[in-house]
Design a binder for this molecule. Structure first.
Ligand code: FAD
Length: 470
């Protein structure tokens, strides 16, 4: 009887424990993707990027004599239908860790098992399953550094090679065409603009990691904070969709450490920040929706989409670092980490807007959207999250230019106004924007939304009042 490989966020063949288990069982393998309510509700850019990844995986599978079957509907019902149609006797998948997916998967597992179907979920998305890392007292970690110390000397599972041939079932179940689903339909800007910046698929991810470890990793520690430089791996979009495994980054990174020392170690530390985010989301899923520190409840953040929030979303705050970053995200679906911290600080502190408003906008715009990393990043920057990130650390978006973009290369790359011959990247924002907002580069530059000093003082005062009231 065939085995169904239910594909979710593991769009890869190599180092995929669920797929390897399916292939080594010797049974015919039916790769199946289901567009269910959870995936249908993804933000515009993540959904678009998922579609691109699925198209690529379908190509890869058909080049190997297999197929990717696309169906839509309730995941449990679709799985039951495909089992009925094909006589499949088992289902495998790679685990997810957000509460909605856990609830869905647990229910499906129970239901199928009760019907005599063998069901097995596998790891592979994380280096260390969240329940295997514990403090000495036996609880979860709430601070990053002890978490890092607890895992840095562990050896994660070995890499699995791409499994051999996926044998085909006697007949294939019917399939939708993923292109008919219009996964990019909610992209208000032209999807093609974002697509040009995407690095889609397993092979592209492997090449990118190789290139990074050969060259940039040596300067990673020193240069990773400069957004104009190509000093980071840019692999978050591939990790988000499972086109590469964190294990590969870990093992190859370890090897690189022998050569380039500190750079590679710092890189592994960042990969472990992602692990930490998952650890937090697994053990305290309320991080996705509520202040992680309840003492922040009732703080005076606004949750309305005011014209100021819209100006922030559209890269029109009048502060160059913030505007460059917001435009970078609109055009590429990604944003440099330093910039993410600056725009998040500006929104939650200078503008006193709730971190959830920003988190939701990111969830609509990022091709590397990840529920755990996004929530942790926003709560950390806002000051309501775990680890030490005090509220009074307020980034000055002008001072940050002097520190991290002193030659203004990043700003020139993304802000067309004021340049006689702006680069293609800066102009492309206006190619994208008319579809949604009708902006044009000959408009007056936005006046600064808020005086930086006044904004900072207002935030600190609100913080002080909240603290003394609490
Ligand atoms: P590299 O510097 O090459 O790091 C390697 C990998 O380590 C990354 O691909 C990523 O998986 C992981 N990593 C690095 N930094 C972090 C971090 N601070 N937290 C968690 N994991 C990290 N990352 C996402 O993948 N998806 C998100 O939705 C997301 N939202 C964020 C929101 C905010 C407000 C902030 C401050 C950060 C957010 N991050 C998010 C984390 C970080 O900005 C990106 O992972 C990083 O910019 C990706 O670039 P890279 O692949 O070149 O990273």
């Amino acid at each position: 009887a065939p085995v169904i490989w239910w594909i979710r966020r593991d769009l890869r063949l190599a180092d995929n424990p669920a797929l390897t288990a399916a292939v080594t069982s010797g049974a015919p393998v039916i790769p199946l993707y289901i567009l269910d309510a959870q995936d249908n509700a993804l933000g515009a850019a993540p959904k678009f990027r998922l579609g691109l990844g699925l198209e690529k995986l379908a190509e890869t599978l058909s080049a190997r004599g297999s197929r990717l079957i696309f169906r839509r509907g309730d995941a449990q019902e679709v799985l039951r239908q495909v089992i009925d149609e094909t006589g499949a006797g088992s289902v495998v998948w790679s685990r997810l860790y957000d509460p909605e997916a856990i609830a869905r998967d647990t229910a499906i597992k129970e239901d199928l098992k009760a019907s005599g179907i063998a069901v097995k979920s596998h790891g592979g998305r994380l280096l260390f399953e969240p329940w295997t890392v514990e403090t000495k007292a036996g609880g979860m970690f709430k601070v990053y550094t002890p978490f890092w110390k607890a895992v840095r000397d562990r050896q994660p599972a070995d890499l699995l090679p791409e499994p051999g041939k996926l044998s085909a079932p006697v007949s294939w179940p019917v399939s939708d065409r993923v292109t008919d689903w219009q996964m990019g339909a909610a992209m208000r800007r032209g999807a093609d603009i974002v697509r040009a910046h995407c690095n889609v698929g397993e092979q592209a991810a492997l090449d990118r990691l190789d290139g990074f470890l050969e060259e940039a990793v040596a300067r990673y520690k020193d240069r990773r904070d400069y957004p104009a430089e190509d000093a980071t791996s840019n692999l978050s979009e591939n990790l988000a969709w499972g086109e590469i495994s964190p294990h590969r980054m870990w093992h190859l990174g370890q090897r690189a450490m022998a050569g380039s020392g500190k750079g590679a170690e710092h890189f592994l530390k960042e990969v472990v920040w992602r692990e930490f985010a998952y650890h937090l989301m697994y053990h305290s899923p309320q991080i996705l929706t509520e202040n992680w520190r309840p003492e922040w409840d009732g703080f005076g953040w606004s949750s309305e989409i005011t014209p100021d929030v819209e100006a922030w979303q559209r890269g029109q705050t009048g502060y160059d670092f913030v505007d460059a970053a917001m435009r970078e995200m609109y055009v590429t679906g990604r944003m440099h980490n330093r910039s993410r911290m600056i725009v998040a600080s500006f929104l939650t502190k200078h503008l006193m807007v709730h971190w959830k408003v920003g988190m939701d906008w990111f969830a609509d715009c990022l091709v590397d959207w990840d529920p755990a990393a996004n929530a942790m990043g926003w709560q950390w920057t806002a000051g309501s999250g775990p680890d030490a990130a005090p509220f009074f650390r307020i980034y000055n978006p002008e001072g940050q230019i002097d520190k991290f973009d002193a030659d203004r290369r990043y700003i020139r790359r993304w802000i067309a106004e004021g340049q006689r011959t702006p680069p293609q990247s800066a102009s492309s924002f206006f190619d994208a924007a008319p579809l949604s907002w009708g902006l044009s580069p000959d408009q007056m530059r936005a006046r600064p939304l808020i005086d930086l000093k006044a904004g900072r003082e207002r935030a600190l005062e609100a913080y002080g009042q909240h603290r003394s009231a609490g």
